[in-house]
Design a protein around this ligand. Structure first.
Ligand SMILES: [Zn+2]
Length: 303
């Protein structure tokens, strides 16, 4: 009899949802990790799957990452197929029902966007390379969209932990109050960059350019993940020379030897910009990404 009672009590205890302790948030990329930590504060435990120095298009799906994902209460990802090469593999291995598509723990952060840039018209085939069929997913390089994501995260965290809703909302508002003046300052510093078009090595700077009013004339690697044909490279270089382009922008994980070669043929300077928090030494936070981008582009421009 006693034993039965004990079993009933244990069963009852186990079925009570554990609301105590921090919410375990797993983010695919560092910028999302930074935003989640700002919004969640001490009420969340954040871990990131793709380290800042890795190209998020091509992360090896290691078992240790699946174990991390297996513990998540909330999964935040960029979406628009940025993580399509590895996140589904990790999801299969992690077997975590809390973060399956459609569950409250599944957060596609691209839902915060009103406009997606570069949605391809017509059919997309693999021959076009690792092209993003739902549009360009590199929206976190516009900090205004980072704020929209923070707001979305706060609302989802509040759904998962209604007891902490006020704290999440409050932190999202504080982040906005902190970032808005910085965004205005970055915009002001970038006005002088608007006159001079840029070349890029891969197509991931479009949201940055759209935000700051910069003109991108072309991309050396125009099909992500596929080496460009010599003919395409020649054309891009010719276009850069004709327009007097002084800067070729690359991400730290691009093929920097090829980028260096292309830049020198253009007569331009290769500028390696932090494409995410942690992608370059000393750039550890999301705002530092923009501090550095604006500083480097301005310095390159004044040469
Ligand atoms: Zn991409």
């Amino acid at each position: 009899m006693k034993r039965t009672l004990l079993a009933v009590i244990i069963t009852a205890l186990l079925s009570v949802p554990l609301l105590a302790g921090p919410l375990k948030v797993v983010c695919t990329v560092t910028d999302l990790g930074w935003l989640a930590a700002e919004v969640g504060g001490d009420d969340v435990e954040v871990s990131v799957l793709c380290p800042g120095e890795y190209d998020p298009h091509f992360l090896p799906a290691r078992p240790s990452l699946a174990r991390k994902l297996g513990k998540a209460d909330l999964l935040c990802y960029t979406g628009l197929d940025l993580e399509v090469g590895w996140l589904p593999v990790l999801m299969d291995k992690a077997r975590n029902n809390r973060v399956r598509p459609g569950r409250p723990g599944d957060l596609d952060c691209s839902q915060a966007l009103l406009d997606v840039l570069e949605v391809p018209a017509g059919e997309v085939s693999r021959a076009q390379g690792d092209v993003h069929p739902h549009g360009n997913p590199h929206y976190l390089l516009d900090p205004r969209l980072g704020l929209a994501v923070a707001d979305l995260m706060a609302r989802r965290m509040a759904e998962l932990r209604p007891d902490l809703a006020d704290a999440f909302g409050q932190r999202a508002r504080e982040l906005e109050a902190d970032l808005r003046p910085r965004i205005a300052a970055w915009e002001a510093a970038a006005t002088e960059l608007r006159q001079k078009p840029l070349m890029v090595y891969t197509k991931q700077w479009e949201y940055l350019a759209h935000w700051l009013g910069l003109e991108i004339l072309g991309a050396v690697e125009h099909r992500p993940g596929i080496s460009p044909s010599p003919r395409h490279v020649d054309q891009v270089i010719q276009r850069a020379k004709t327009a007097g382009v002084a800067t070729l922008v690359a991400a730290p994980w691009n093929h920097l030897d090829a980028a260096e070669k292309a830049a020198s043929r253009m007569g331009a300077a290769l500028v390696i910009l932090p494409a995410a928090a942690g992608s370059l030494d000393g750039i550890d936070s999301y705002p530092q990404v923009f501090d550095q981008i604006v500083a480097q582009l301005t310095a390159a421009n004044s040469k």
